[in-house]
Design a protein around this ligand. Structure first.
Ligand SMILES: [Zn+2]
Ligand SMILES: [Zn+2]
Length: 129
């Protein structure tokens, strides 16, 4: 099941933009925070402002999106079939399987590496996450 490391002259595997979802969420959250912190000058003013009241719902929504994003299946860029983001995946760094169902956003239980690539269970293609 081991795939050889990609050589310099081979094109990189196609991406499924899995990590991009979370980057997008993080950037949106930071942008919103900056907007909140720069919109009112005084703290006293800030805590009674409309923006402050938005913070609770906003962070609840962000948390909800995070939970949804880690569950939304990814589509294989090669065979177009949907793959679950929660499975017993094999680590792209140490090559060991996780031994239980885990989300692809989680770190490897053996080497604590964030997964950069994954493998399609339908067509065995390697893709970037
Ligand atoms: Zn596939
Ligand atoms: Zn590992």
């Amino acid at each position: 099941m081991d795939t050889p490391p990609p050589k310099m002259d081979t094109p990189p595997p196609k991406a499924v933009y899995f990590h991009f979802r979370f980057k997008f969420l993080a950037i949106t959250s930071i942008a919103f925070l900056i907007y909140l912190l720069t919109s009112t000058a005084e703290l006293q003013e800030f805590t009674s402002s409309f923006q402050f009241q938005l913070m609770g719902p906003f962070f609840m929504l962000s948390g909800l999106f995070f939970l949804i994003f880690r569950r939304v299946p990814i589509r294989c860029p090669y065979c177009n079939k949907l793959m679950s983001t929660k499975k017993d995946w094999t680590c792209c760094e140490c090559g060991k399987s996780q031994g239980k169902l885990r989300h692809l956003i989680d770190k490897c239980v053996h080497c604590r590496q964030v997964q950069a690539t994954g493998q399609c269970e339908h067509c065995n293609s390697t893709y970037r996450l």
